[in-house]
Design a protein around this ligand. Structure first.
Ligand SMILES: [Fe+2]
Length: 340
């Protein structure tokens, strides 16, 4: 695996948010009272100036180079507790919740924070840190293995538009890095023929075991296109592990795309107060393998998923909750208009 670190990383300083965050984040525990916290996050946004939020709104409107934006200078929780495998200890014992509150403000600016009932029991804020039991599973809590390049839940009727990662503590070994690359960055490196092939329904993805797919084998799920949307700046649906071409030419185009993604992906190390906003439809991401210590000093990130339109869950699944429930059923069509 080779990585290049020369790609641009558009960066915005949000240190001007800190005072507002300290003022509003103290009112509610985001793990125990999410809706109340979200309302305070709206008040906090209203207390900021237009200049403070303009870059995030621009990112929502126009995307950005590589489909990502790095925010720096975020409010850092004082006296951060040791990294722990216990979710309960974090949820009740972290003391201050500035990092969570910042993510919720960003989620509210970009759309609506949401979750899946089958992922982390529907938790809105995902605490991502190494867990001994998942050391070698393909999971965000793994450590010993590379987390393959993918975008989040591409097979799901309500997929995240954005994925946010907030750094609380770096890997003390300096090895764990987030891997990221945007569809814009690979497009010029693909042949016109491959771009055309990747834009056709000649691929199948798999569906995570969590969502009712008892055999999460490569390519046994719904038919997909890998590139779609604006031909000049396409969206991407990709997963190293799950997608297969349905014919040899499609598989060959997918293999060439994979090689380019892995050659061109670059590494981001998120430290305290740094948040990476990813357009989940314009980027793929992963993580390097690293050695976890399980001694309280391990890498700790927080993650929040955002949909621009929570009503998609109502239209497609008949649900109005912020936590979406869906089980994969082969052949079932999730449209709200039936075209005949
Ligand atoms: Fe992911």
């Amino acid at each position: 695996m080779s990585t290049t670190a020369t790609t641009t990383m558009p960066t915005v300083d949000i240190s001007s948010w800190s005072e507002v965050i300290r003022r509003y984040a103290a009112h509610a525990n985001p793990y125990r009272e999410f809706e109340r916290t979200a309302r305070f996050a709206e008040e906090a946004i209203a207390a900021l100036g237009h200049e403070d939020i303009r870059a995030v709104l621009d990112f929502k409107r126009r995307g950005g180079p590589g489909g990502r934006l790095l925010l720096t200078g975020g409010a850092v929780d004082p006296d951060l507790m040791p990294t722990t495998e216990s979710t309960e200890d974090i949820e009740d014992g972290k003391g201050t919740y500035y990092s969570e509150f910042t993510l919720i403000m960003l989620g509210k600016l970009l759309g609506e924070p949401f979750s899946y009932s089958q992922e982390r029991n529907g938790a809105m804020i995902h605490n991502v840190r190494p867990a001994k039991r998942n050391e070698t599973n393909i999971s965000s809590d793994s450590s010993a293995i590379i987390l393959d390049l993918h975008n989040e839940n591409i097979y799901h009727p309500v997929q995240p538009d954005y994925l946010m990662l907030s750094g609380l503590r770096r890997d003390p070994g300096g090895v764990a890095k987030t891997l990221v690359i945007g569809s814009d960055e690979v497009l010029p490196l693909l042949s016109a023929e491959d771009v055309a092939t990747l834009g056709e329904f000649r691929f199948r993805t798999s569906v995570d075991y969590n969502f009712g797919n008892s055999d999460a084998a490569r390519g046994n799920g719904p038919q997909i296109r890998v590139l779609f949307g604006d031909p000049a700046s396409p969206m991407i649906a990709y997963d190293d592990e799950y997608i297969a071409g349905t014919d040899p030419q499609a598989q060959a185009a997918l293999d060439r795309l994979r090689a380019i993604l892995h050659e061109r992906m670059f590494e981001v190390e998120l430290g305290p107060g740094e948040i990476l906003l990813l357009d989940n439809l314009k980027t793929v991401h992963g993580r390097t393998a690293f050695k976890a210590r399980y001694d309280g000093t391990d890498r700790w990130l927080q993650r929040l998923l955002v949909t621009r339109d929570l009503r998609r869950a109502e239209m497609l699944l008949g649900q109005t909750e912020r936590t979406v429930t869906w089980n994969y059923e082969p052949g079932k069509f999730y449209g709200y208009v039936e075209y005949r």
